[in-house]
Design a protein around this ligand. Structure first.
Ligand code: FPP
Ligand code: MG
Length: 324
């Protein structure tokens, strides 16, 4: 049950990878791994076995992404909405997650040698206490790695993430760390769980469903979205290649739109700063800008410390994590 395997690609697969690498390869790919239960029903196995097959397929997908040169992958492992499923399914999934995260912790030396960071997006406080502790330990022990990143969205909802970011910003205003007028689109982005990540270039959803299901709604504004009509445990390397070709045919439009948006955003934010300065009693514009930068730095530091302290306190909690 290893997370990062190293199997050899077949000759034909290697040729295809080399051909695809002649074109643009997405730096960050996000996956909505949907269809595990339908696969379980179709194959007459238990629901949890469907999820286990889904995990095996995820490890293969990670290998294919590494071979293609993708730097960052985000997977939707468990939505906040999934807590509404039967107690049996949720408990089985959490027991399985416990085993998986123990395995990740055992492999931490290897993760550090190969520069792989594992980050978690989600409201960790809603998770079972043993899982809270494990995810915190995994994230802390790989936090300095920069070569490859795997983000695991667990107990995640995009609307919850955006609401949480706005509440944190409100706290910063109430504590006089920033002014209300300092809140901009860029600052909101930096308050999301994904603050250390790039935005996905490509999002792939399996199972034939064509919705985003509250996944990375803010971050995928300029992503190419590919829908694959296969259940997640049946997703093959050819489905991934097909999504990459779809990305290569469509990415120039998204890249241009994203670039134009960034330029527009910069000019809007500069104009807003100018207007604030004109309306203020300050004489020196440079000083006004320097003060604003200082507030923003403090506010980002506040968030950084809060998240780090939360992880440290979860990791230290004296829980018995006997499931291995
Ligand atoms: C969606 O299929 C899948 C999930 C809700 C769970 C995904 C979990 C894994 C792939 C296992 C890996 C786990 C971790 C912790 C990394 P579904 O259950 O919605 O299936 P359906 O659409 O057929 O009902
Ligand atoms: Mg589903």
């Amino acid at each position: 049950m290893s997370w990062f395997k190293q199997t050899k690609r077949s000759f034909v697969e290697s040729v295809c990878i080399n051909v695809l690498k002649c074109g643009p390869i997405p730096r960050h790919v996000a996956f909505i791994m949907d269809g595990n239960r339908r696969y379980a029903r179709k194959s007459a196995v238990s629901t949890i076995d469907g999820h286990k097959q889904g995990f095996e397929r995820m490890t293969q997908m990670l290998e294919w992404c590494l071979d293609l040169g993708v730097d960052e992958v985000t997977v939707y492992a468990f939505a906040i909405d999934n807590f509404k499923r039967s107690d049996e399914e949720v408990n089985n999934l959490m027991d399985f997650a416990n085993e998986l995260f123990h395995k990740l912790l055992q492999d931490k030396d290897n993760l550090n040698e190969t520069g792989k960071a594992i980050r978690f997006f989600g409201d960790l406080t809603l998770l079972r206490p043993d899982i809270q502790q494990l995810v915190a330990e995994v994230e802390l022990s790989t936090q300095n790695n920069t070569q490859k990143v795997l983000n695991i969205a667990i107990s995640y909802s995009s609307r919850h993430e955006i609401t949480n970011a706005l509440q944190e910003l409100q706290t910063c205003v109430q504590n006089d760390i920033i002014k209300e007028s300092d809140i901009t689109e860029s600052l909101i982005s930096q308050f999301l769980y994904s603050n250390h990540s790039s935005e996905p270039d490509l999002l792939i959803r399996t199972s034939g469903e064509v919705r985003l299901s509250d996944f990375l709604l803010w971050q995928t504004n300029y992503s190419v979205i590919a829908f694959a009509n296969v259940l997640w445990p049946e997703f093959t390397i050819w489905d991934l290649f097909s999504a990459i070709i779809y990305y290569q045919r469509n990415c120039s439009f998204s890249e241009t739109a994203k670039h134009k948006h960034q330029l527009r955003l910069k000019s809007i934010e500069d104009k807003q700063t100018q207007e604030e300065w004109m309306a203020s009693d300050d004489i020196d514009l440079d000083l006004f800008i320097a003060n604003k930068r200082e507030r923003l730095t403090k506010c980002l530091q506040y968030l950084e410390n809060k998240r780090l302290n939360q992880l440290k306190s979860l990791a230290k909690s004296t829980l018995i994590t006997t499931k291995t």
